[in-house]
Design a binder for this molecule. Structure first.
Ligand SMILES: [Zn+2]
Length: 211
């Protein structure tokens, strides 16, 4: 994919995400891996107002080479790419229900959500919690890197989700699946649940590999 096509795609998805309230204000950041570097949303950007000519370009080593400076959260995107060779895009949003989930005590930190639906298992699968560090702290990127070898989806404590996939479309799709499942989980809290069984989850995992 060319830089121009990737930039247009990033802006199109950014607007769609913002217009549907999946992140607010100047929060959230998107990136794509190209053959010779990375394209990222700039620091302080509103995802609804991205300009294809105003995105940050980084080289394959993650050094800023053109455009405005990248998002303050660039390090966590790069941590995902370094550990996941097949990742073509990373999405990080402050989506409300996912952030609510990230602030709940007493959930299992190695996998926060139960298997409520088939699509959650297929697109997200497992969701570990990454311990809290302030945005931009290099220790946050280290903590993401620690999970990224095994997981394409994770939730930063008291902050929001980070998801990688082979394409931007798949990464956005998985992020939306997580947000809707977090919403369902909050709706269902305190009620007795009929979850997918271990055999049903295993069957989904064998049939549909993670994005
Ligand atoms: Zn953030």
């Amino acid at each position: 994919m060319s830089w121009t096509v990737a930039a247009e795609e990033l802006c199109r998805y950014g607007r769609s995400i913002f217009d549907r309230g999946l992140t607010h204000g100047a929060t959230g950041n998107l990136s794509q891996r190209l053959a010779d570097g990375f394209l990222m949303t700039p620091t302080g950007a509103n995802l609804g107002q991205l300009d294809p000519g105003g995105l940050a370009r980084l080289d394959s080593e993650g050094r800023h080479v053109a455009g405005p400076p990248p998002t303050k959260e660039a390090l966590l995107h790069l941590a995902m790419y370094r550990r996941r060779a097949q990742a073509g895009a990373v999405v990080h949003l402050h989506a409300t229900h996912s952030v609510a989930l990230s602030a709940l005590a007493d959930l299992p930190a190695d996998d926060l959500l139960p298997p409520l639906t088939a699509y959650y298992v297929m697109r997200v699968g497992r969701l570990p919690l990454v311990p809290y560090f302030r945005p931009g702290d290099p220790r946050l990127a280290d903590a993401v890197a620690e999970q990224a070898g095994r997981h394409h989806a994770m939730l930063l404590a008291n902050h929001g989700p980070v998801l990688a996939a082979s394409t931007l479309a798949a990464a956005v799709d998985a992020t939306e699946e997580l947000e809707e499942t977090a919403r369902l989980f909050l709706m269902l809290r305190g009620q007795r649940l009929r979850l997918l069984s271990e055999a049903q989850v295993a069957d989904l995992r064998a049939t549909f590999p993670p994005p």
